[in-house]
Design a protein around this ligand. Sequence first.
Ligand SMILES: Nc1nc2c(ncn2[C@@H]2O[C@H](COP(=O)(O)OP(=O)(O)OP(=O)(O)O)[C@@H](O)[C@H]2O)c(=O)[nH]1
Ligand SMILES: [Mg+2]
Length: 223
Amino acid sequence: MSPQTIRVNRDIQKEQKERAANLREHLSRQGTLVINLVSSPGAGKTALLEATAKHLRGKHRIAVLVGDLATDRDAQRLEPFVPVRQLTTGGACHLEIDLVQRGLDQLPNEQYDFLFIENVGNLVCPASHDLAEHVRVVLLSTTEGDDKPAKYPKMFRTSELLIITKSDLLPHVPFSIPNAISDAKQVRDGIETLTVGALQGEGIAEWCEWLQNKRQEIVSTTA
Ligand SMILES: Nc1nc2c(ncn2[C@@H]2O[C@H](COP(=O)(O)OP(=O)(O)OP(=O)(O)O)[C@@H](O)[C@H]2O)c(=O)[nH]1
Ligand SMILES: [Mg+2]
């Protein structure tokens, strides 16, 4: 079959950005802070969400949309703690706004304080897609190496907060927190940083406090 050129006379990226902006505005008015969690595969996104859900249980209404190429394993892990919907991309390396909207429509119709979106594990493609988040949070685990912010700059440049995960493994791996932070600040000057160990609960209270302060900002600017 000979190759064919298909002309698309619509700016699809612009439409997606507008849809994301509209959804963000709608959720702001409801007092919902939307957090897009990004990282390489296995950095500890779901483990962080499990610990977060346990910490915030009874204090805040939270929900999770979790993206993966295949399987609903992350949703199964989170189901005991929060309303959750798995978004299966069928091979795509990132989430897009349409899938997020579909997932949101399937969640119980409540006004959540926090909506977490766990993106597909990937430090490249998800950096280019607005999912209606108020904040993008990038996780970097101590087992990945402290050189990643300089090597994958767009992801760190577009994230407001860097969370260094798996702090319990620091004694066993050659990872320098100051080096990772210094690299991250080279690509985004004002990036905030936290260190957590989700399995042991280290840093989870500080992370939840950060979330609560962020939500307060949204609530007070839309009031
Ligand atoms: N030692 C240690 N292991 C952790 C920690 N957090 C997560 N892990 C382990 O790291 C592995 C990956 O964690 P996940 O939470 O599944 O990571 P993820 O980023 O959600 O992975 P994907 O969704 O596949 O991208 C699991 O075996 C976790 O138990 C931690 O704080 N310390
Ligand atoms: Mg996960």
